[in-house]
Write a protein that binds this ligand. Structure first.
Ligand code: PEP
Ligand code: MG
Length: 574
């Protein structure tokens, strides 16, 4: 059947390939044999995970808001009953004992048996309960996998394979990083969720928010992912296929042309130099940053070193990762952001589920609550600073006392290294992210205490417009061109520049070619983005006249009307 689905593009380009359905990387568990002497311990591990999943449900139940629909409580109750049923809590124990297999595999085997039985049920209500079983199993698996590194998904390495999933977490995406595939599409997800950001870093066409893809697509269906128009075509007829093949080669040709700009310095038509930096998630991403001609790393999201594992990376392991990046950049700036966990980047060992994770103990708040963990990271960054031009960036700041506490811990980390005779850059610069509206409106607090600022537009938009960036139900309200957002950004750039504090943008807006001239017109001179976006941004910078962009940007800031804002953006890009 030939049909098309509309979604939101998170990574441009066109790919044509075969569908590979994944339920979730978490459900694609590894299978291994357990030594006879380890069977009891494996059963104990399974029991512990069941108890942990129960505790999670109890915690969830305790946080049901008074005005929540009654179904919500009933749903948790149902999950508790499923979890307590012997078919799920006892049968896998027998499988572990009889087949000497790992707990994850035993659990998924039993889940599949149960799902088959449910699918055959006459009663529609019962058939639908299969989904609940899957969700409960995922919860137990999460608890089980908290104990060790997750298994990589069993994905055949094939460039033209397109992953189709209901949803993928940032941790899932990280596992996909090791595989080659042609594109991915999900039913859920917002355009600046960390899953989407990672997809962008893979530089393959990707769509989110398709709603029905996982249900309507079958394994091996021929798919066209059009990341330019935000369309997924399933089983295209020959004419459409031929048209897309032509567009695909044109797009590849354009990218190739852009890559020729790699060594051209970024400057406007007037010759004003513009810094174009790269965002990376893992040390190996430095290669892509180099290939794109990045002048520095503007954002190293260090938390990705902490995902998909139970134990924290040691100070030495972190030091090596940071030093590798510092060395590879050969003296060019490397901005390492301190651990920004929480919200959609939960640590596997994070026990309680916060009632509202995006507003909870995230980023700097988490680090200040865990000073030993933070100190270890600060020491690791300081040690790496001896090998390049390393800078520290503190995420999600809102209060002066948060900066002061972080700086006090940094001082302590320096003293500890000095006492141990370890070298580090005594002049290391410390910056703060402006990603909470309160920070953008109280800039002097930040400028007085910090060496530079970096605007995190992804969170700034999330918190200004009260839109969960991971929730596709509100994705249409996530608007970088909202006048409130634009004012906060322009105010931050102008206030920091006037006060002599270097300022950059490292959120996704920096990599959006439609907004380059607007940001330049507002006075931005430092952009940090995914390496894949850098060549197109450079090309736009090279064709921009600040003399023309500045007055248009100022005019745009004087209006609040969405239609007028869009008109002026169009004039800027004409
Ligand atoms: C941001 O919020 O804009 C940002 C760069 O940080 P992250 O996307 O990792 O939250
Ligand atoms: Mg952020």
């Amino acid at each position: 059947m030939n049909f098309a689905l509309r979604g939101t593009s998170v990574s441009a380009g066109i790919t044509i390939g075969r569908a590979h359905l994944v339920s979730s990387a978490r459900l694609e568990v590894a299978h291994y044999e357990i030594a006879p002497a380890a069977v009891t311990a494996e059963i104990f591990r399974f029991d512990a995970a069941i108890s942990r999943a129960k505790q999670d449900l109890v915690a969830l139940e305790a946080h049901i808001p008074a005005d929540a629909p009654t179904e919500f409580g009933a749903f948790i109750e149902l999950h508790r009953m499923i979890l307590e049923d012997s078919s799920l809590s006892h049968v896998p124990r027998e499988l572990i004992r009889e087949r000497r297999c790992n707990a994850e595999w035993a659990l998924v085997q039993q889940m599949e048996t149960l799902l088959e039985q449910f699918e055959e049920a006459e009663d529609a209500y019962l058939r639908e309960r299969g989904q609940d079983i899957q969700q409960v199993v995922e919860r137990v698996l999460k608890a089980l996998m908290g104990g060790k590194t997750l298994a990589a998904p069993r994905l055949p390495d094939e460039a033209r394979l397109i992953v189709v999933a209901h949803d993928l977490s940032p941790a899932d995406m990280l596992l996909f990083k090791g595989h080659q595939f042609g594109g991915f599409v999900t039913d859920a997800g917002g355009v600046t969720s960390h899953t989407a950001i990672l997809a962008r870093s893979l530089n393959i066409p990707a769509l989110v928010g398709l709603h029905f893809a996982r249900h309507m697509i079958r394994e091996n269906d021929l798919l066209i992912v059009d990341g330019i128009q935000g369309v997924l075509v399933v089983d295209p007829d020959p004419l459409i296929l031929a048209e897309y093949e032509t567009r695909q080669s044109q797009h590849a040709l354009e990218r190739k042309k852009l890559r020729r700009l790699r060594h051209t310095p970024a400057a406007t038509l007037e010759g004003t130099p513009i810094e174009l930096f790269a965002n990376i998630e893992l040390p190996q991403d430095v290669k892509a940053a180099h290939e794109a001609g990045a002048q520095g790393i503007g954002l190293f999201r260090s938390e990705f070193l902490f995902l998909n594992r139970h134990e924290l990376p040691s100070e030495d392991e972190q030091f090596e990762a940071y030093r590798n990046v510092a060395r590879a950049m050969e003296g060019r700036p490397v901005v390492i952001r301190t651990l920004d966990v929480g919200a959609d980047k939960a640590l596997a060992l994070d026990a309680p589920i916060a009632p509202n994770p995006a507003l909870g103990l995230r980023a700097i708040r988490y680090c200040l609550a865990e000073p030993q963990l933070f100190l270890a990271q600060l020491r690791a960054i300081l040690r790496a600073s001896h090998y390049g031009s390393v800078r520290i960036l503190l995420p999600m700041l809102a209060h002066a006392h948060e900066i002061e506490q972080a700086l006090a811990l940094l001082k302590l980390a320096k003293e500890q290294l000095e006492a141990a005779g370890v070298r580090y850059d005594g002049e290391i610069l410390v910056g703060g992210m402006i990603e909470i509206p309160a920070a953008a409106l109280a800039l002097p607090l930040f400028m007085r205490r910090l060496d530079f600022l970096s605007i995190g537009t992804n969170d700034l938009i999330q918190y200004t417009l009260a839109i969960d960036r991971t929730d596709d139900a509100v994705a249409h309200l996530y608007d970088p061109m909202h006048p409130a957002v634009l004012h906060l950004i322009a105010h931050t750039i102008q206030t920091a520049s006037r006060g002599g504090t270097p300022v950059g943008v490292c959120g996704e807006m920096a990599g959006d070619v439609l907004l380059t001239r607007l940001l330049l017109g507002m006075g931005l001179r430092n952009f940090s983005m995914h390496p894949a976006q850098l060549p197109a941004i450079k090309e736009r910078v090279l064709r921009t006249s600040l003399e023309q962009a500045q007055p248009l940007a100022q005019r745009l800031l004087r209006t609040a009307e969405p239609a007028r804002i869009r008109e002026l953006i169009a004039s800027l890009n004409a």
